[in-house]
Design a protein. Sequence first.
Lengths: 241, 658
Amino acid sequence: MSAGAGLLELQDVHAYYGNIRALKGVSLSVSRGEIVTLIGSNGAGKTTTLRTVLGTVRPLRGSVTFGGRRIDRVPTHRIARLGIAQSPEGRRIFAPMTVLENLELGAFARADREAIPADLERVLALFPRLRDRLQQKGGTLSGGEQQMLAMGRALMARPEMLLLDEPSMGLSPILVETIFGIIRDINRLGTTILLVEQNARMALRVAHRGYVIQTGRIVLQDAASALLHSDVVRKAYLGEK
Amino acid sequence: MSDPGRARPLPAALLVTALVAYPFLDRWLQAQTVHAVTDAMIYVLLALGLNIVVGYAGLLDLGYAAFFAIGAYTMGLLNSPVLGSPLYGHAWSFWVVIWIAALVSAGLGVVIGAPTLRVRGDYLAIITLAFGEIIPVAIRNLGDITIDIGGWRPVERLNLTGGENGVNPVGRPHLPGVNFDTDFIPWYFLILVIGAASLWAMNRMRDSRLGRAWMAIREDETAADCTGVNPVKTKLLAFGLGASFSGFAGSFYAAKLQAITPGAFEFNVSIMLLCMIVLGGMGSLKGVILGGMLITLFDRILLAQLTFLVRWIGRSLGVAALASVDLTLWRWFFFGLGLVVIMLIRPEGLVGRRVRSPAADVDEREEALALVTAPPRPRAEALPVWLRESTAKRAGAAPALEVRGLTRRFGGLIAVSEVDLVIPPRGIVGLIGPNGAGKTTFFNLVTGLLRPDRGEILVDGASVVGLRPHAIVGRGIARTFQSIRLFQNMSVLDNVLVGEHCRLRASVAGAVFRPPSVTTEERRARSRAQEMLAFVGLADKAGEMAKNLAYGDQRRLEIARALATEPALLLLDEPTAGMNPRETDSLTELIGLLREEIGLAVLLIEHHMEVVMAISDRITVLDYGTRIAEGTPAEVRRDTKVIEAYLGKGYEQELASP
């Protein structure tokens, strides 16, 4: 794999998650402006891959570079400031704070304060449901609404790159559609996206390229449309008999 | 699960020999440590009692020394010539009072526990802290009080506690041929017997229906409540039983010391006891014993010896500062330092439950297999017979659930408004709607976690409004949670056993003495749990910690735990969220199978339309808390309101496309 070509590069990353050797030499690259999806079953190492990017799990071996800079030893909060945001992080919203405060916190590290109101408006346009609940405490939202809030909060950071961990989980069909539409919109506005999804069909439809991960190894990579029609993926991840 | 309390015969025999030989060896060597070791054992017994409250039930108690005081003063009051004994003209026997002390402590444990039931964590800690402060103050001030007990007794002034001066002397135990006056060895053996008996009882309690309930409360109180464990009763039992052991320790302490003063029961004692537990390993009996011994003996023996050593070094080297040092004055310094170090190196304590299990590889073969073949397919033959029978017994002609006009507000927000829903016997009803439409709130109302503002909830024809969640489980309604809520630090088997809790009968006494009825019940419960695990395909993972299971396995375990409560109606909150298509298929089959085979009624919240549409008889659609549609899957999916609010226009295409 060519090094240094992509915005985000993982080279031969090995990592433990808890007591499980979760990644065994994962290499992947995401170019500027792309949507790349990482699909695989539960426990294959999808979330661990995202965590090594953000630095909440440290690779034992291998490297993670972002914009040409090694980040696998950089503290997590600094990585966030480099322009990577993650959502929904297992819906980890700030429960005792209002929806508005949660969203404002997303913009905490930004220097361009004057652009924030416009971004807030943009996020609320994407998620009208949140507008109805701006003064409600985050913890009183339903599961799906918390999902939206976490995603909105990540967008408030106006990240260069967005890591999405199962954004469609627990959402109604219409919202799943909306969310994938939003993912496409965000991408068109210039944000590079690495998308981890259980809903492989939807993910492969919006993504440009895809990787298939199994037991901590990348076993397949191709253009998303090619993966969507490959036998292995159809059998193992799309539930076709 | 292997029983860690069941010792291997040889080490056990060695241990007993060592414990029996120790005081005689000590005398022979003239080491004079028996006195200190006996005191250490008192604190170990206290720490073991506190361990029930903190380690098992997970209730942080900062005022446990109060129960120690109550035990000691009960002995003082009833067995000392200076206090209450004038009431009766003579002191009561030690052998009687020690039981009274345990009962009084247990009773006060329940009384103190009662107001703290609603609070947890920080609030509970503060309340117990206050209680721990109140008791010594009360003891100091009750010494000078005049109680007029009327003309029927020749006593006008009754000194309850001796005030600041305390009680001196306190009567000793009497046993023919045993010298409790000048010899420490009988005291040693007496506390050894009390301690061993307490340990035996605690060990049995832990491995019982009650012990599992404590741990379930510790892990997740809401989930425990919704699995049929009565949290009020369970917590009060923890407070009461935990306190009873301090009654023994306190009364023994008073009799051995021959004197008690209020200063011996201050806040720092509570903290030291807590440190013993944390140091040794919360919830581990061996750990607590080790922690208790280390801390007390360090204080009583090691520091004194070290002082001699350092002084000797100081004299030899001619350093005046060292020659006159008294390390015992530094005890809290060493104590704190040691605790910091241990917590950094081994946060789970010296013998604690292992937080980190050894490194493991993902089982590649297993996962590869899971991808090619579907996950374990539910089979009708594997369905436990007992489940078949129990559900058959419950299934009546009345609807499994009948909800009329259910309404609940949160402040100005109407979460659920005038919702009607009927689940016929053996029915599977889907509950769908946009995120935030009130579906989970509806579940919480039906399961008793929330009280409705208005409306009726009838189960099998009888209203369950106002019942606590565990009582509703008893009526035959079980549930799972949207975000999985297992008892993470309990084994897979124990998780299912907690599910059976509400169908088991063993009492506290039964758990300790294990009469044949209890042994049989427990054996049957375990084999039932094993059958249940086999049915959901987790038989080979029975001994693993729930938190170590893969995601799909955790979902299935939660369903197994719910089924173990022997429900007539199962409420599933997004059971296939986060599952891959194959796991989803297998779960759909499982739900269908349960209905076909045992007539289990199901209410299902789900966003995977292929699941809901395939297995629901009827579907209710909520939006903004109100029912916007109700009908068969075919009717609902054509409903324009439902398409607009929930399914989306792309849904039809989605169904048609590959």
